[in-house]
Write a protein that binds this ligand. Sequence first.
Ligand code: SF4
Length: 58
Amino acid sequence: MSEKKTRDTNPGVGCEVTGCKYNTIDCRCSAARISVQNEKAATKGETYCSTFCPRGTC
Ligand code: SF4
């Protein structure tokens, strides 16, 4: 059975990382909170969500 379903989500966070266990069917984030990291980031691609958790592994 898929984990991917609509759950309580962070209303201001849209996310298309479908491989994350917190990602919902409507491309939102259901984590209690998220942390975006890389203090040296200078571009969008250098930022990352440290709350990301691959489905089935955590
Ligand atoms: S935890 Fe991060 S990567 Fe996962 S759905 Fe939320 S914002 Fe996206």
